[in-house]
Design a protein around this ligand. Structure first.
Ligand code: HEC
Length: 401
């Protein structure tokens, strides 16, 4: 019952998180686009204080959007704030993190081969690390560094690299990636909560009082929204990374993450420039090229070749179906079965079932990927698969293919 409730909660929170995240990032993309596509308005609009306007057609309706230089003469009755998109993404993300990585700490957060943490200390450590990272970010935002984009990015990324490398020493690989996502997401939502919304409140208050709003408020909000903007592509990669064990389970997974983070920011830079009318294809091309360089540099060449190499090295070793099946049955079937005997799973994780030799043969290449190449299965090596057994499976798969 308990693990069923866990699964239902997982579905619910993940669903909520994705919907909220789409609304947030979607609104963010839309406003960046909007800002960069405003046209010079006719004089009568300028006389009303309108700085730029834009006409658009969408879903059978024609829209007219106007951006005020400071604000309208009178505040309208309804003003949409675009803050709950951010808050609900953060709240649902926190729920999802707490369920998977705190309630399910033994499975997802703790890796005994890195640090034998107790559940409670692991949770405290996780919260402490995210809080420290967030405070550091808030602190550097208060310094004059904020006015120097490149210097700010350098300091922030250096800190993030150190932080990621640090937590890689005690959290499970997959948790490392998600913690970077949680930290960045917290900084982004924190920007909305601590900076953008308060400065907008000041702006609205000034307009309501018939005063000229201090442009400083808008400026601060703009600076941190640029940070959020550059973080959008990297954070989306982190959210997808759970499906790509070859990234997070890599020996230098933390470095791959940072490299892809920078690549994501660089590609975002291309679109930001393009939106301002500056088209620099070199930025996009070098970003995509850098992605492939990271992929090539991190490819598990030695294990990719291992099937053949091990087979050659073990030429005399015949791995029989029976022998392979025994290994799989003792290391995988506990979880990957129609009726798992594992205390943690009541249904086969990822729907992946290895209940008999025929299934093992059918999915041999998947078994090879996760148990021989990326080695992130068995999960947290709970069933204590040995290196020898991985090699034997490698030989078997290679012969079977
Ligand atoms: C303690 C439980 C557990 C054990 C033991 C385990 N796995 Fe998994 N496995 C999981 C979970 C949880 C997932 C889903 C999350 C993921 O894909 O990383 C998964 C996913 C997979 C997937 C991805 C399936 C898909 O289609 O997405 C493969 C392949 C896999 N495991 C292979 C293996 C192999 C091979 C073994 C034995 C060497 C093994 N697992 C042992 C828990 C386990």
């Amino acid at each position: 019952m308990e693990s069923y409730l866990f699964e239902v909660g997982h579905l619910l929170f993940r669903y909520f998180h994705i919907v909220a995240g789409i609304a947030w990032i979607g609104a963010s993309f839309y406003f960046v686009w909007l800002d960069n596509n405003l046209t010079n308005p006719p004089q009568w609009k300028k006389d009303k204080g309108i700085q730029g306007d834009l006409w658009a057609i969408h879903a059978g309706g024609i829209y007219e959007v106007a951006k005020y230089k400071a604000g309208p003469e009178k505040m309208p009755e309804h003003l949409h704030w675009f803050k709950w998109e951010a808050y609900s993404t953060w709240i649902s993300g926190t729920l999802l993190l707490s369920l998977l990585y705190y309630v399910g700490a033994d499975v997802y957060l703790i890796d005994p081969s890195k640090a034998a943490l107790e559940q409670m200390s692991a949770i405290a450590l996780s919260i402490g690390c995210i809080a420290t990272g967030y405070l550091f970010y808030r602190l550097i935002c208060k310094t004059s560094l904020i006015n120097h984009g490149l210097a700010f990015a350098t300091i922030a990324l250096s800190f993030l690299t150190l932080w990621t490398w640090g937590i890689d020493h005690f959290f499970a690989d997959r948790a490392v990636y998600i913690h970077v996502g949680a930290l960045i997401g917290t900084c982004m939502a924190g920007n909305v909560f601590n900076v953008i919304v308060p400065s907008q409140k000041q702006m609205v208050k000034a307009i309501a009082e018939g005063k000229q709003p201090d442009p400083q408020f808008g400026l601060i909000a703009k600076q941190v929204s640029i940070h959020n903007n550059y973080a959008t592509l990297p954070i989306l990669f982190i959210m997808l990374s759970n499906h790509f064990a070859f990234t997070y389970a890599h020996e230098f997974g933390w470095l791959i993450l940072i490299a892809l983070f920078i690549v994501g920011m660089w590609i975002r830079h291309f679109f930001n420039l393009k939106n301002r009318g500056i088209v620099k294809p070199g930025v996009l091309v070098s970003g995509i090229a850098a992605f492939f360089v990271v992929m090539a540099a991190s490819a598990p060449w030695h294990t990719l070749q291992s099937g053949k190499a091990i087979a050659q090295a073990h030429q005399q070793v015949e791995v029989s179906d029976q022998q392979a099946w025994q290994i799989i049955q003792s290391r995988c079937t506990e979880c990957h079965s129609q009726n798992p005997t594992s205390a943690m799973f009541k249904s086969p994780p990822a729907g992946f079932v290895l209940d008999n030799l025929a299934q093992a043969k059918q999915f041999a290449s998947l078994i090879n990927t996760r148990a021989v190449v990326t080695k992130d299965m068995p999960l947290a090596n709970m069933t204590k698969m040995t290196e020898d057994e991985r090699a034997l499976i490698g030989v078997w798969v290679n012969k079977a293919e």
